[in-house]
Design a protein around this ligand. Sequence first.
Ligand code: GTP
Ligand code: MG
Length: 499
Amino acid sequence: MKLDKFIRIVLGLLIVVVFFIATGALLFFTETALNVWDRLLEGPWILRWGYLGAMIALVVFAIYLIWRLLVRRKPPAAGKTAAGAPLTRDEIEARLRDAGAAGVDVSDAQRELQELASRQQAGSIHLCFFGEISTGKSSLIKALVPDADVAIDAVGGSTSDVRHYRWRNSEGSEILLTDVPGTGGHEEGLDDMALEEAQRAHVVLFVCDGDLTRAESRSVRHLLALDKPLVLVMNKSDRFSVEEQAAILQKLLQRIDDMGGSLERDKVVAVSAGGEMDVVRRGEGGSERVMRSQRPADIGVLVVAINRLLEDASQPLDVRRDRAVFRLAAEKLADAERQYRSQRSEQIIRSSTRKAVIGALAAVSPGTDIFIQGYIGTAMTKELCKLYGAAPRDLDIEEFLDLSQSRVGKALPLTLAVAGNGLKAFPGVGTVAGGLVHAVAYGLIFDALGRSLVYTLERHGQLVPEEAAKQFEEGISEYIEAGVRRVTRLALEEETDAG
Ligand SMILES: Nc1nc2c(ncn2[C@@H]2O[C@H](COP(=O)(O)OP(=O)(O)OP(=O)(O)O)[C@@H](O)[C@H]2O)c(=O)[nH]1
Ligand SMILES: [Mg+2]
């Protein structure tokens, strides 16, 4: 109670003091301003207006500085088009130029555009047969182009690369049929190879041999999302009765509908590519011989569906194909950018960790704060943010480093222990000196700081100080365990260099 009253008296006195100071300041400034104004009135008009102009400029500059300091900057749009908006050639080329200038390896994405250019020049229509392994894609091509040397096998995975076959339809147009490896096999990379080729084609013939499996549904959904003109081909229909075939086709149409796609009835067809089968021939005297024989093919409806699609002028096949390739190039660019960022961030973290270790080795009485909140911490944070296209305010950087610093205290004993053990585990290190243990510990903390920052930048695309510091706190023991050998080796290198 007493204390409460005391505080109130002190506050009262404080208000009185502030009142006097404020009144004094007001009188002082008013007098000075009036004085200046009187003198300005006596002087030439140019001086008056120049003075006023300078005052306004100062106020505007001060407001600008405060705005920069306090108002959060929006993360840069970094060339992202609004979701769903189709990319144009100019957009993708501009992105490639920017990324290339920044040091990203854009060759994969560039190759897509070159391939597109050469296909545009050749002017042929590309049809890609796409589907799960062993559904009969190669057999369908063989049925369309009987002279072609197509690999067909009952054992899945008979097609392991991309091949193009020339087919002349009844109209006399030259069409390129693309055979790709079936998806869902075990060999790595083949699914991607097939999907990329499907994206490059004008039309995709999705081959299945019954109702869609879960994986097939996923592929079809993906192709529909890419706005690919599709024909759904149910092959091996010889295994089903006419009624069963009708039921399967109905089911397929229903599935496309459920996916939110639309496919006309004549774009879902049941065919039989034929394929090969073993036939047992009985010779004279009861001897049996197994012969390979060709099943008769029945692909008339497929040919009709293809011809209709190519004749349909409402389907701007070239425009849709180009767009799909631009999107594919953009995906490849995004992959290259991810890879570039991961390599560059590793370099940045390593070099900052090295500086922290060198600093700690040189320090007389080391303390983590001089590193984390000091020059090395700020420089690393800025560099990593810049790499991820984040433009944080200086205040955010400071806040992140402050918050992280307050978490270091708790983690330091553990870090020192891990550093000590790490050094002991290294062959050839004799008695472990305290300074070296500290240097490894600080290096580890830096390493963890950099990695947690990269983790949050990857997720948020900008520096959210609380998030990044939380990630640092939660992940520090894991990062330290993972980095101990690397950082210890680095510290030992530096120590030998220095010694
Ligand atoms: N019953 C029947 N079997 C077929 C038909 N078409 C193909 N087959 C058989 O299905 C098997 C696979 O045929 P492929 O043409 O190699 O299949 P694919 O889709 O190219 O296979 P991958 O290249 O491995 O993905 C072979 O044993 C063919 O004989 C058909 O219409 N009916
Ligand atoms: Mg094949």
